[in-house]
Design a protein around this ligand. Sequence first.
Ligand SMILES: C[S@@+](CC[C@H](N)C(=O)[O-])C[C@H]1O[C@@H](n2cnc3c(N)ncnc32)[C@H](O)[C@@H]1O
Length: 293
Amino acid sequence: MTVTWRTLLAETQRAVGGQQVGRWIVEAASGCPSDELTTLLDVEVGERASARLDAMMERLAAGEPLQYVLGSWGFRHLDLAVDPRVLIPRPETELVVDAALDVLARRPARRAERRDGEHLMIADLGTGSGAIGLALASELPLDGVTVWITDVSADALDVAGANLAGIGRRARNVRVGLGSWYDALEPDLRFDVIVSNPPYVADGDPDVEAVVRDHEPEEALFGGPDGLEHIRTIVSGAAEHLRCGGSLVMEIGATHGRAVAGLLDRAGLVDIDIRPDLSGHDRIAIARSFAGG
Ligand SMILES: C[S@@+](CC[C@H](N)C(=O)[O-])C[C@H]1O[C@@H](n2cnc3c(N)ncnc32)[C@H](O)[C@@H]1O
């Protein structure tokens, strides 16, 4: 019996209980760009596409996150490849990009920059899929910007490297570094903004959803007994790696605001700002290196 894409779409939407999710799955199985499915609706589904769809539905039924099954997910205006080697980029992390853009826009130009033209230096530590760093590289001007994206996981950097191609000409502004936090950077580099969404879930946190714990990379999630292990390392090295007046922008856990503010203060950073996410939970910590201007 022949089956058209129209029939398959309707069946899939029924099976997953959602119009949009069903459409995403069928679009991914078709292998066509999303706006082309409409032109296929009365075409017969081929065997390979049908097998692809069956495999995707099996993975979903086994509890795998939709984003990994689709193989890509939206982050700001980017469509990022994602698979189980990287954390699925979250909507609250889009606010971290806004915060980084905001501090860059408000930062006073340094004397050397006024003379020579500005060259912004940005580092995204623990880049995973590349979400934060590639969004920044693609939203900042083409000229005068360098964005380092780093990770301790070579697997994650493979995914970020694949996503790098998706930002077009601005890819030339991006450098990739493998290693633990600041060790991944070339020595003596100083940054206007260091941004990071480090692993900050406390080991053994009972509130972590099973789908997250069972499918997303452990090293992307957990930050020691209190969740602050990696944040401590990033904060303690920030002053040494920031330019004068440069800022550290970090995503933090909902219960970490006060503790992180204390760490930033003890590290000698100033203008400490703990911002909430859309649900009103502490989510972003921002602080500046002392010697501004
Ligand atoms: C919470 S995920 C964030 C990924 C991505 N930046 C995002 O926001 O979607 C944390 C990332 O930090 C990386 N990571 C863990 N330990 C690290 C370390 N010691 N040095 C550098 N990166 C590390 C993980 O591999 C993971 O990609």
